[in-house]
Each structure stands twice: as C-alpha cells, then as structure tokens.
Design a protein around this ligand. Structure first.
Ligand code: ADP
Ligand code: MG
Length: 482
C-alpha cells in the first residue's frame, strides 16, 4: 500500500511482537494457579513474590505448549534453548528481573499465511518464539494516592511471538493477528482473548520510500485490540511521514496508544538489549528437548486453519473467500461440516455464512451460542431440497427458528407453510390472476415482457408465498403464450 505524501510516495513497514499467555493451569516456574479474575494476590507462590531462597522449576506442560505453537507456525524447534535474566526494576516485578529467552529461544524461524479481504494471500515471516514470565499488575486507579500491586499474573507463562517486518498496511497487520489468534486457538495453546489481556501486541512501525532502505521504527506497547493496532499504525504512519516531510528525523522510541484520543504518545526512548544486562539464569539449566518428544507432539497437532481451508475448497468446492470465513473459528468450521454432511455444500455454506452469521452478528452471539443448532439448520435445508418449502419461505422459517428454537419441520407444520406443488391448485391461482388482470395480459402479449414478474408476484400473493416458484413459472409461461 503506497501513501501519497507532499514529497512523493511512502510505504509503511510493520513488525509485530505478540505476547500470548500460555493455556496452562500453573505458572511457568511455580505451581501457582493462573485462573483469570481471581481475587488479587491469591495465586502467588513464594517464588512469584520474589522471596529469598526460592528456586524456579520449569513447567513441562508450558514447554510442550510452546513446542506445539512452534510446530503450528511451521517453525524450527530448537532442541537446545536457554533461559536468561532480563534485568529491570518494576514495582510489580518482585524478582527484579524477568526470566526470558534471548539469544537461544525455544522456537526459531517460521511463517504465517495471511488471508486478505480480496481473497488473495501473503506470507509473513516469524522470527522467533520464546518463553518468558509475565510481570504482575500495578493498579493506579484504586486509591487517590497509592498504587496497589496484584501479583496473580507474576510468573504466568507467556510466548513472545516476533514477526519479521513483513507487513505493509494496517489491514495486513489485522489479518496477521486474526490468523495468529486462530492458529493459537486451534492448537489450544492460548485463548487469544485480547480483552482479558491474554494476547497483547507491541506494534513496530516505520516508513520508507518504496523499495528503499527501512526507516527508523517506533514501538507502540501493549495494544490490546485489533482495531487499536490498526489505529496505532495509521496514526504512527501519518505522524512519521509529517516529520520526515518537514525535514525532521524519527526517534527510535517506545510509545503508548491512547485509547481515548486514538493517538500514540512517547513513553521513553527505546532501550537497547545491552541495557538489560541479559545473562543466562544460573538457577536454570539449558532446556534440552528430545526429538522423539517433539515428533510425538507433532503427531497430535489438529488440522490447522490453512489445511482446513484447502480441504474445504477441494472437498466442498468452496471459494477461497467462503472457506476462509468458515475456518476462521474452529467452532464455525465444525458447525459448517455438520450442516454440509450429506447435503449440497455450496447451499450449506451460503446459509451458514449468510443467514446464520448475519443473525449471530445481530444478536451479538458466538457460534457456540447459536439458537439454531447445526442439525436444525440441516433440517431446514432438507425441507428446501425436497421442495417442502420454497427459498422465500425458508428465510421466514429460519427467522422463526431463531426466535423459538423449534425445528424447521415443526414450524412448517404449525404454520402450514408447506409449498404447494399441486399443479391443479397452482393453475387455479394463475387462472384467477390472469382473469382479474385481462388488460395486463393483453399488454404482455403485445410485447411488454417485464409484466411477467408482476404475474408471478400476484400468484405468490394468492398462495401466501407457498406455491412452488418453478411450477408457477412454467405454468404461467405456458398460459400466457396460449
Ligand atoms: P525489541 O525487543 O527491541 O523490540 P525485537 O527483536 O523483539 O526487538 O522486535 C523487533 C520487532 O520490530 C520485530 O517485530 C521486527 O519485525 C520489527 N522491526 C524491526 N525493524 C523494523 C522497521 N524498520 N520497521 C518496522 N518494524 C521493524
Ligand atoms: Mg520489543
């Protein structure tokens, strides 16, 4: 995407660092619980509180989750990795350092395929994924003059997933985050819930002349929704272009996103890696994995979004776009497959992505909370397929299903919505309409073809929409010719 400036075109360059909270009942180096929403400081082991003499013990399950994620990102798994101490003071970091991985992370290079709104796709490189512990939380808004500290989150396992600076527009960044979140959810390694902070994003942005060298980047920290990420990129792009066009230079700095004004502002000049005095944590041995264990984890990976999408296109002959929409959430893909089983897959896809998703959107419900089950939607499609009801009536039946939770068959019976396929009855209705509109019949016969739709409409009205449209068309054609 090129941006027109006053001095020529610019291109935005984006790299994202995502902190994804590992799904695990216990923390990375202690046995404390990790449940969201617990009372402050009720899930804190002595280690998490930084008490003297406590030693970290690595949680095997968190390591397994990181490996599983790495495999899902088609990435290199490093059988030898090292935990380092990243030293800095923070009131909610009792140890005085964060245990992280630096030069030898558990996962190396991988990739993510983005599905763009126009149906095309694009690959973004993953630089690395490393394991680290989260800090606690400082609460500045609970007391007029005091800050409270909640250590429940201190020590919780995070995966920091770093992308290459491969994205070129806010839309691509959004597609990246959506796809990453989908993969993490399919894998069951992170719930991807940005509102609860289990997925947070640092947004690196720079601008350059198309094809030229990269510019200096700024990093906007801890942005917690996809919409805000897009806004932060937009704001930073314009801010940087303005500075450069008026002859200034960009400071490499860390910025904050203001969720009230939708702007970014400077927080601090960018720290360098050497400022943290990284060194290997003397309390932890290097992490050494067995290839056999990694292979075992690989053999348990579920079908991931890209593979599912390819299979849907092949097996159900869906467009890239429709398949992409259906596989975005595993629950939607499962729902679709239950509806499509033994039915016309294209019609099933139209109903799921059109009527159903539209309704869920309006109701603000997720697919898991759908008032119409896959079996019931399938039942509706069966009535449509065997001509019990027409397409038009099917929409009304679906609306009634949403409202009442009843099955299509029950609603059709209760409301007498069966389609009229009895040619005698349809003929009678047509004869009535033609007799009542003799003038229009004459006009039609003298060449006013457009009136055909009018006759169809009248017949449908006569039959309360229940006449089989194909039969109406056929018989009407014959009668008007005659
Ligand atoms: P740091 O810890 O200093 O933020 P990382 O290596 O963890 O460094 O992350 C750097 C991030 O910045 C990566 O996502 C990378 O793609 C991105 N990045 C690097 N250079 C640029 C640039 N010129 N413009 C935009 N993003 C960049
Ligand atoms: Mg960073």
């Amino acid at each position: 995407m090129l941006i027109k400036g006053e001095t020529g075109d610019w291109e935005v360059v984006i790299g994202l660092e995502v902190h994804a909270q590992v799904i695990s009942n216990a923390k990375l180096f202690s046995g404390a619980a990790t449940a969201f929403g617990a009372d402050p400081n009720t899930q804190v082991a002595l280690l998490d509180a930084g008490l003297p003499g406590m030693l970290p013990v690595i949680n095997r399950y968190c390591v397994e989750q990181a490996v599983r994620t790495g495999l899902g990102l088609k990435a290199q798994i490093n059988l030898h990795s090292v935990f380092d101490r990243k030293n800095y003071f923070y009131a909610d970091l009792p140890l005085g350092y964060q245990i992280s991985q630096y030069t030898q992370p558990i996962v190396g290079k991988g990739s993510i395929v983005l599905d763009l709104p126009d149906g095309s796709s694009r690959t973004v490189g993953i630089t690395r994924l490393h394991l680290e512990m989260d800090a606690g939380k400082s609460l500045h808004d609970q007391h007029p003059s005091k800050t409270y500290v909640d250590l429940n989150r201190a020590g919780v396992a995070l995966m920091e997933i770093v992308s290459e600076p491969d994205m070129r527009s806010p839309e691509e960044a959004a597609a990246y985050l959506r796809k990453l979140r989908a993969i993490l959810r399919y894998l069951g390694t992170c719930d991807g819930n940005m509102e609860e902070g289990s997925m947070r994003c640092d947004v690196n942005v720079s601008v350059r002349r198309p094809g030229g060298p990269f510019g200096t980047r700024t990093e906007t920290k801890n942005v917690n929704s996809i919409r805000y990420v897009m806004m932060a990129i937009e704001y930073e792009t314009n801010r940087q272009i303005e500075i450069l066009e008026s002859g200034g230079t960009i400071d490499q700095e860390t910025r904050l996103f203001d969720t009230v004004k939708f702007t970014t502002r400077s927080m601090r000049s960018k720290e360098e890696a050497h400022d943290y005095r990284y060194f290997p944590d003397p309390d932890l041995l290097p992490l050494v994995l067995d290839q056999a264990w990694v292979d075992e984890i690989r053999s348990t990976l579920p079908e991931l979004p890209d593979e599912k999408k390819a299979r849907f296109m092949e097996q159900y002959k869906l467009s890239a776009y429709d398949a992409g929409v259906l596989v975005a959430e595993k629950a939607s893909a499962d729902y679709y497959e239950a509806v499509a089983k033994g039915r016309d897959p294209k019609i099933a896809s139209n109903w799921v992505t059109g009527e159903l998703f539209g309704a869920l959107n309006r109701l603000g419900k997720s697919i898991e909370e759908s008032p119409v089950s896959a079996a019931d939607l399938g039942g509706l499609l069966d009535l449509l397929a065997d001509n019990t009801i027409s397409g038009r009536i099917a929409k009304d039946v679906f609306a009634a299903m949403l409202e009442t939770g009843k099955s299509a068959a029950v609603i059709v019976e209760e409301q007498g919505l069966r389609q009229v396929t009895d040619t005698g009855a349809i003929e009678a209705a047509i004869d009535g309409v033609l007799a009542a509109n003799a003038d229009k019949v004459a006009e039609f016969r003298s060449g006013k073809d457009k009136l055909f739709g009018f006759f169809v409409g009248q017949v449908m009205k006569q039959t309360q929409g229940k006449a089989n449209p194909a039969l109406v068309n056929e018989i009407l054609q014959a009668k008007l010719k005659g």
